[in-house]
Write a protein that binds this ligand. Structure first.
Ligand SMILES: *Cc1c(COP(=O)(O)O)cnc(C)c1O
Length: 374
């Protein structure tokens, strides 16, 4: 284990901005003593971020989960909301925290995003909204989802936590639906240590979201709604500004890792790779592989353990499915008969290590274990 060729490799490793530049920003914050509540770094970061992402309005948050909870509050979503079980648990927890009943619809196998036909089949008189997830940064079928939303008068809130920088047909994926939510958690392609944002299409909505994330205060004495405290602080915003400068280079590095895995694993029998839609500018946030036990010869869990033995810590994103956690498995829509594709893929998936500064040798360590099957 002390051998450097056997050092642990984790599924991700956060990129940090140059410490010296961050210290310069910290000195300015110390000088001003303005450490949170819409300070100058917060304002600058919001502006730069909107430009960078190609979106109209963005409100910064302390994390992605509170951003999603607040987005649902902003649109006053109640009743039932149709969502995917194939995501990080926070997608559904945010519904639960708003007293909303989650209704799970199955995914389509190609990109692992929610299947629009299954959304339509799950609509009832109580349905008020759809919360699809751009899982792995793969854009949902945004056109079909919008058609369904228009037909039935539903709101659409995208959990776009993994989709920072993703574009479809040259347009930011964040410009679809009523609202989109990002996460800047340490494990994401773009991080502010912890952080998040809500993206909206008009100034009035942004203003309301800004009130909601600050207890509902519109001014010193006016509270417009029972808000929460979900503000991003100045240190996170300063850190985020520095991260923005690094992002394009990091995506280029991630693409090289993605290309290397793809090229080396494309012909391995029983290993399926998710393709990238030709109309999509991707962010290479994850590298999922699907293990078909019969064709590959080992089960997903056998391969997962084998990688671990070689000190390679892939992650089974997303296993267990959200619908299989005890909090949700009593729901009718959580039954596995309703979610055959999500259940199958959840039993097959391993996400391989991918991050900008991963060693080339470390990429091949994973590849060698997978191709050797032992
Ligand atoms: C990371 C993530 C979240 C939660 O974001 P936090 O910033 O960690 O609160 C929600 N949904 C999805 C799909 C995620 O990947």
């Amino acid at each position: 284990m002390s051998n450097k060729n056997n050092k642990p490799i984790y599924v991700t490793s956060p990129s940090l901005p140059p410490l010296k530049e961050f210290i310069t920003y910290l000195e300015q914050i110390w000088e001003s003593k303005w450490i949170t509540n819409d300070g100058s770094f917060h304002q600058k970061f919001e502006k730069k971020l909107a430009e960078f992402l190609g979106v109209k309005y963005i409100s910064l948050f302390t994390n992605g989960t509170l951003a999603l909870i607040t987005a649902l509050q902003e649109l006053k979503i109640t009743g039932e909301v149709i969502t995917t079980p194939y995501s990080f648990v926070a997608s559904t927890h945010a519904l639960w925290w708003n007293g909303i009943k989650p209704v799970f619809a199955d995914i389509e196998p190609e990109y692992c995003t929610i299947d629009p036909e299954r959304i339509e089949a799950a609509i009832t008189a109580k349905t008020t909204a759809i919360v699809p997830v751009h899982v792995y940064g793969n854009p949902c079928n945004v056109e079909k989802i919008q058609d369904i939303a228009d037909k039935y008068g539903l709101k659409v809130i995208y959990d776009a936590a993994p989709a920072f920088g993703v574009e479809k047909n040259g347009n930011s994926i964040l410009n679809y639906g009523d609202l989109s939510v990002l996460s800047f958690h340490a494990t994401k392609t773009f991080n502010t240590i912890e952080g998040g944002a809500v993206i909206c299409l008009d100034e009035k909505t942004k203003k309301r979201i800004d009130y909601l994330k600050n207890f509902g205060f519109a001014d010193e004495t006016t509270v417009v709604a029972p808000g929460i405290n979900a503000k991003m602080n100045e240190l996170q915003a300063a850190y985020g500004l520095l991260q923005l400068k690094m992002f394009d280079e990091q995506i280029a590095k991630r693409k090289i890792v993605d290309d290397t895995y793809r090229e080396s694993l494309k012909d391995v029998a029983g290993i399926r790779l998710l393709q990238i839609n030709v109309r999509v500018k991707h962010n290479y946030s994850y590298f999922p592989i699907l293990v078909d036990q019969e064709k590959y010869g080992l089960s997903r869990d056998d391969l997962y353990q084998e990688l671990k033995k070689h000190n390679i810590f892939g992650r089974r994103y997303y296993y267990p499915l959200i619908s299989n956690f005890s909090a949700y498995k009593g729901l009718d829509s959580a039954k596995s008969e309703n979610l055959p594709i999500a259940n199958r893929i959840s039993e097959q998936v391993i996400c391989l290590p991918i991050y900008p500064d991963i060693d080339k040798n470390d990429i091949f360590r994973s590849i060698d274990v997978i191709t050797a099957k032992k």
